[in-house]
Design a protein around this ligand. Structure first.
Ligand code: UD1
Length: 357
């Protein structure tokens, strides 16, 4: 099979890493990078660290308002798909690159495989929610991480092509986790951290960065925590903090965006993570680190039911109280999202599809 995989934003490089490896054992993969993320530490560092093949196409779209960014991706992706005429197109997650890839492919009658299908926050103000819903309804293969996501698709009338394959990020963690763990000691020395005695935090969601009050409250809560906080900052958050003149607490250490391996290492050593990222909620679960989610809803509801993740929103008192109540490490830890064989399952599913050649 000839398969075009479309990536563009940080979490997609991580998700593509295990699938790309597995896919290339049997099929011809062409990797397209939309350029949604372009800073070295938001993009190239992942290709270097995760030993990923260089993209065959770099579309160089860059940042912009949602319509302009997604719109600019469409003709650029369409041109690649017309030239390559693949048997299938793979898209990941819920970013603007995901939607543009799925839409360009579907308009050319190319079958789309959506990795991370069936997730919902039920909040249509999130750009990602729009991207998820539309991508699912355009896809031929709906590669769902869990039974809950399969049921969600069924509720929307999507019954064909749905496969529960587990979470591809478990595969990524299994592939790279040992190398990541080996970095913790050096990082602890560099930032003078004691394992289990610091918090890790990330904030990048539009609802938390664009809304000045939310960002003020979150940064204030981090500054009021009882331990050092490591805060790798997404460029848009960094800009907003500067623009709004938000004071950062003396216990908060701001870092540049971290690569995958250092981020996993920092997470492994943390007492608790405070985040509005989807991927980190799951990584925290896999590493048995309690998570405080700085949102009012999550797509990864199983981590909340299991007791390892708590939705704290942006109210400082609620955030502090949630951190204080973080679960003890002996909380039961069921296997929520599969066994790390997701990439293999996806390749099996795609391989069963009749190609046109
Ligand atoms: C995107 C995804 C989000 C995902 C996140 C991972 C959408 C709608 N959102 O959000 O789901 O969780 O990626 O990080 O697709 N910027 C830089 N350098 C870069 C990239 C971005 O400075 O390399 C700045 C720019 O000011 C840009 C802003 O960050 O305008 C937002 O970037 P964008 O790609 O639009 O969305 P993310 O917030 O990264």
């Amino acid at each position: 099979m000839k398969v075009v995989s479309i990536v563009g934003a940080r979490p997609q490089f991580i998700k593509a890493s295990p699938l790309s490896r597995e896919l290339r054992l049997r099929h011809h993969e062409i990797l397209v990078h939309t350029g949604q993320h372009y800073d070295h530490e938001m993009s190239d560092v992942f290709f270097e660290e995760l030993d990923m093949p260089a993209p065959d196409y770099r579309l160089g779209i860059g940042s912009g308002p949602h319509g302009a960014q997604t719109g600019a991706m469409l003709p650029a992706i369409e041109t690649v798909l017309q030239k390559e005429a693949p048997d299938a197109v793979i898209v990941y997650g819920d970013t603007n690159s995901t939607l543009a890839g799925a839409l360009a492919a579907a308009k050319l009658h190319l079958p789309v495989a959506h990795v991370e299908a069936g997730l919902r926050s039920f909040n249509r103000r999130m750009p990602e929610e729009i991207n998820r819903v539309l991508t699912d309804h355009l896809s031929t293969w709906l590669l769902a991480p869990s039974e809950v996501s399969r049921q969600q698709l069924a509720q929307e009338g999507i019954l064909q092509g749905v496969h529960v394959v587990g979470d591809i990020m478990v595969d990524a963690l299994q592939l790279h986790g040992t190398r990541a763990a080996a970095r913790l000691e050096a990082l602890a020395r560099r930032y003078q951290l004691q394992g289990g005695m610091y918090y890790l935090a990330t904030v990048h969601r539009a609802e938390n960065t664009d809304e000045a009050g939310n960002l003020h409250r979150i940064v204030g809560a981090l500054g009021a925590l009882d331990r050092p906080v490591i805060l790798p900052l997404h460029p848009r958050t960094e800009k907003r903090v500067a623009e709004l003149g938000i004071a950062i607490g003396a216990n908060v250490r701001v870092l540049a965006p971290q690569g995958y391996l250092d981020m996993l290492a920092l997470l492994r050593g943390a007492a608790c993570v405070l985040t509005d990222s989807g991927g980190i909620q799951k990584e925290a679960y896999y590493l048995r680190v309690p998570c405080v989610t700085l949102r009012n809803e999550t797509e990864w509801v199983e981590t909340v039911s299991a007791g390892w993740n708590t939705l704290a929103g942006t109210d400082p008192e609620r955030i502090l109280a949630t951190v204080a109540r973080c679960p003890a490490p002996n909380t039961p830890h069921p296997d929520l999202y599969g066994d790390g064989m997701t990439a293999r399952r996806i390749v099996e599913i795609l391989s069963a599809f009749p190609t046109r050649s």
